[in-house]
Design a protein around this ligand. Structure first.
Ligand code: FAD
Length: 417
């Protein structure tokens, strides 16, 4: 027989979206349980970018100085290199936020921070190694989830289930929510190369005929992303690791003396890229947000930001009704309405860049020329504030509207056999 647990809100997935929502709801006095299928946050996630708008939320929550005490790098401008020419295409120094930079921080540090701070509230509970496997439904409404945990099967009941379980969301699948797919022409190979004294400090995107390469400074190593045409990893592997390393050294000569660190394909992870969106994000008793509602392309590195903004909007709209123990479909519709517009705009822009720039660069065999827009940003520095604003703050930025309250009920739900 399954263990039984009740909670004021059940969140499936402890990524940026689920952990931020869990934190905010617990802070607002809701008894919340986050189910995360992995044992810890220590794995290679997609993306380590904490945007100025997320840092602003940290400020509003009074967490900013503790958060920035964690090791991070501050990126004040974004650079790209097309062939031999290097451009600055975004300048964050004029943003109307406390932090005029993107903080590069391993995602596990960000998630651990939210988890530690959440534990200060009695209503906050994260269950690790708890993989949701199904929904519990009664009379057409979702009333909970089933999960496998190290302690056996679990049935968690709550007035609302929030699917924050990412691009391959089980929750949205089991809820039968319809997905619109917008396609992506690429996947990303994700690996590390050591960083040496004298290396540049900045993150960089390199565009060359047939190749796109991104390198992110993580202190003593570079986190690298190598963009390949969708579905071509098998072909890359067939050509062999030696050839892959040689190509890497050609694209980034700085790495010539260290590509040998990549001794096995086990060190290189394939991250599949998808861009999609649910037509309807909710049904009675359930809503999906973050990548579970709209899988984001890595273009612009804004997916984490959007997921966090979804969490803030959801908490603003749902915290009080959840404290009262009931959330009607009208409120869930409000969450979708609030977040769908920014999502649509950003996804449209990502798809345009994928079609106009990425597909072109990956298919290019001759010397590459910077697109007109990039040349314009180079010639008129003031224009660099526009991409900085879109990437750094986004569209329709959210603010914390929930008050800090002690939990209304006993901590962490009740276990019953
Ligand atoms: C290659 C690549 C690079 C990217 N780079 C960036 C970047 O630099 N910056 C950026 O902002 N965005 C980036 N993105 C996008 C970003 O990764 C996502 O938009 C963001 O992670 C979404 O957050 P989320 O919390 O909604 O989902 P996720 O981060 O996917 O988190 C989902 C969580 O749910 C858990 N989970 C899944 N299924 C279950 C289940 N059944 N039961 C319990 N738990 C479950 C997972 O383990 C995970 O912890 C990138 C994407 C890709 C593909």
């Amino acid at each position: 027989m399954a263990n039984r647990l009740t909670a004021g809100c059940c969140i499936v997935g402890g990524g940026p979206c689920g952990m931020m929502l869990g934190y905010l709801l617990a802070r607002a006095g809701v008894e919340v349980v986050v189910l995360e299928k992995h044992a810890d946050f220590l794995r290679d996630f997609r993306g380590d970018t904490i945007h100025p708008s997320t840092l602003e939320l940290m400020h509003e929550l009074g967490l900013l100085s503790d958060f920035l005490a964690l090791p991070h790098q501050e990126v004040r401008e974004l650079k790209a290199r097309f062939g031999d020419i290097e451009f600055i295409f975004a300048d964050f120094s004029h943003l109307p936020t406390h932090c005029k930079f993107i903080a590069l921080m391993p995602q596990w540090d960000f998630l651990n921070f939210l988890s530690e701070r959440g534990r200060l509230y009695p209503g906050f509970r994260v269950i690790m190694r708890a993989e949701a496997t199904d929904l519990v439904e009664e009379a057409g409404a979702v009333v909970g989830v089933r999960a496998n945990t190290p302690d056996g099967a679990l049935e968690l009941r709550s007035p609302l289930v929030v699917g924050c379980d990412g691009r391959h969301s089980l929750v949205r699948h089991k809820a039968g929510l319809e997905v619109e797919n917008f396609g992506a022409p690429m996947d990303v190979l994700w690996f590390r190369v050591s960083r040496k004294p004298g290396d540049p400090a900045e993150a960089m995107g390199l565009f060359e005929a047939g190749h796109i390469f991104v390198m992110i400074n993580r202190g003593d190593y570079w986190q690298c992303g190598y963009v390949i045409p969708k579905g071509s990893f098998g072909e890359v592997r067939r050509r062999g690791l030696t050839q892959f390393c040689a190509q890497l050294a050609r694209t980034m000569p700085l790495f010539t003396d260290r590509v040998g660190e990549l001794a096995s394909w086990d060190q290189i992870k394939l991250l599949t890229v998808a861009v999609d969106r649910l037509k309807r994000w909710y049904r009675r008793g359930l809503i999906c947000i973050g990548d579970a509602a709209h899988a984001m392309s890595p273009v612009g590195g804004v997916g984490i930001n959007l997921a966090v903004q979804d969490a803030v909007a959801a908490a603003n709209i749902l915290a009080e009704p959840l404290r009262a123990g009931a959330v009607g479909e009208g409120l869930l519709r409000r969450v979708q309405k609030r977040r769908e517009f920014p999502t649509r705009v950003i996804q449209r822009a990502q798809v345009l860049v994928q079609e106009r720039v990425i597909t072109g660069v990956l298919g290019q065999r001759e010397e590459i020329r910077p697109p007109l827009l990039v040349k314009l940003l180079w010639a008129v520095p003031m224009l660099r504030r526009i991409p900085a604003r879109i990437l750094g703050i986004g569209i329709r930025p959210e603010h914390i509207r929930t008050a800090e309250r002690p939990a209304a009920a006993k901590p962490g739900g009740v276990w019953q056999k």
